[in-house]
Design a binder for this molecule. Sequence first.
Ligand code: EPU
Length: 420
Amino acid sequence: MEQFVIQGGQKLHGELSVNGAKNHVLKLIPAAFLFDGPITIHNVPQVEDVFRLLEIVEQIGGTVNRDNRTVTITPPEHFDGKLSTELVPKLRASLVLIGPLLARYGRVELPSPGGDKIGRRPLNFFVDSFRALGAQVTERDEMYDFRGKKGLRGCEIFLPRITVTGTETIMMAAVLAEGVTVIKNAACEPEVVALGEFLMAQGAKISGIGTHTVTIEGGKLLTGGEVKVIPDRIEAGSFAMLAAATGSDLTITNCRPDHLELPLQMMMQMGVKLETTPDSIHVYGSRGDLEPIEVVTHEYPGFPTDLQSPMTILLTQASGTSHVRETIFEGRLFYTDELNRMGAKISLLDPYRILVDGPMELIGKTLTTPDLRAGIAMLIAGLIAKGTTTIQNIYHIDRGYERIEERLAAIGADITRIRG
Ligand code: EPU
């Protein structure tokens, strides 16, 4: 198993360029099954989740041509409905395939999808929505079988709570379903909007994208086209928090600060000095004491759950007690135990709330990351800690952050990948 070994305490300096958004491309790849010919996706990040999903596309019978950051996918004529029992559990986002595959080929059988250890992540909204669209869904021995040979029919779906992949999956199924589908309480995350805008540019009849009510008039395959993956707002936000936590002067380029309004505003409220242009964020190296704050994760445009862990590292450096409330996932604060072993003072009040006391000096330790975002937080903790930090299980970090050690080493970090 590979590990990162980090010597903490270095100030970083320079420029970090942001890659394409993992959570956008992971939906564009399934969208390929809505087309009657190839689609070409540009600015594809080279991360493990993308590699896994492309393997699944090939297992389905799709053709995948890769040329650096450009991927062209051609859907197959036929698909027998069976998804890989080996690959699907490695990737929660493989769920998104259900929409286009079921609507186009009439059947999808898949094992319960995997992903992060961030708490219970049920499929009930997917199952209920596809039943409403006319599919038969059965679940046995951890296998789900979605059947809709007679085709899906548009209907009105009220999602019990806002779900990103739920909204995207149903929207894609609705593009091929007969008639009109209305998704109420739909997600408005920038990745959902970017997916909808691409489908609309290729002829899909969608209105209300970016609001909580999305209407789709479906019925026929789209004609192939090209799309560019939007910048990863979570990578950009992680880098801004990394810069602030390490007191580094960094310019984060190729990003969309307008997708990060609240996190950046909260960092400034803490006392971080930063400036933005439409496509960059400059974090200034010198700063005074940081103020504690209250962070509550929320659907977009609220504070993203995916930035909760890097923000928590920054809060360990603020003077006083900060309060963090995670409202999206129930198991997403347990990594803080590992930070306490490094000298942080974080009290878990319940599965949804922590108190973070600071400023605390962190000491290098050997840590194991349970998921992607906890992994980047541990990496930032390692960069500010005294001594050596070793992070195990870094496959999780590679799932969403491309060659992170090379990019950080280029701006002065002492970080090495050890191949075990
Ligand atoms: N939920 C249900 N039933 C369902 C679906 C969702 O109860 O059938 C619940 C979830 O358990 C959760 C809430 O609804 O409590 C919202 O979760 P959502 O469905 O929005 O999450 P997701 O679509 O599975 C995506 C991102 C996550 C990101 C969340 C929230 C992708 C591939 N994943 O997950 O990204 O945290 O939205 O913004 O888009 C990450 O990149 O590290 C990551 C976990």
